[in-house]
Design a protein around this ligand. Sequence first.
Ligand code: 9MG
Length: 307
Amino acid sequence: MLTRGGERSPPRFADGPGTFRMPELSRNYLQCGRFRLPVSGDAFRPLVMGILNVTPDSFSDGGRFDGLELALSHAEQMIADGVDIVDIGGESTRPGAPPVSAEEELRRVMPVVYALRDCGKPLSVDTRRPLVMREVLAAGADMINDIEGFRDPASLAAVSDGDCAICIMHMQGEPQSMQQAPQYGDVFAEVRDFLRERVARAQAAGISADRICIDPGYGFGKTVAHNLKLLAWQQELQQAIGFPLLAGLSRKSTIGQLTGKPVEQRMAGSVGAALVAAMNGAQIVRVHDVAETVDALKVWDAARRAR
Ligand code: 9MG
């Protein structure tokens, strides 16, 4: 299949999806602020990023964690359950969600960052606002997860100094309208080319390769068919770019459409999706259900090591 740049989509590995290959990365670790997380080599096992929404209408927890106390007890539980990274978000990214001001986002997120910064786990903040990025990094955050892929030059400038990790995600459109009519010629090639270009820009802005991870952005301007194609080809995507890959499918509408389940009954489907993502080359999975995902990944990791 020819892509716009004339490059062919890579052929699927002969042994098919689900046959794990150790990623070819220039470094065995992701530099994540105060932490170095193994992403390849003997010490590697898939990392679990736990979602800590601090929005009143959070995507799938019905706003139960909008208070500081509830957010902290949720984080404590995730840590007890074996989380590797805590991802704090103060703006809902679900399709159709209205944007919030930077001030409101800071009001939601900052107390949580201050309260958790010595919890022993890397803190990621999911934000697309340069002001929020600067403030949370100054307060001790280790990673910035930007659903806009750092397209705003001010966002790149906000993260270029220091040693925080960055997650560059692909999204077609804006959260408010992205699911209205997503369209691609070749979704694999378009996502790959976008991520490659953004990685190059990040490196040109002075961000070293060991601080960067990529994300196909499941559900962000993509139909179920687009998401499935990316998931099936995800290992090839990771290897085509050569950076650790983060996959977030937890409780998303694709899981709902595949299982026929409402959001509050998507745990098993989400654990299955995280497992498929890890088997297809994700180094990090972003999930709501930490304990269940950790257990599922332990089983797969043990089996892959026995081979
Ligand atoms: C904030 N957020 C919601 N879904 C996400 C996903 O799939 N990846 C990343 N990096 N962030 C996400």
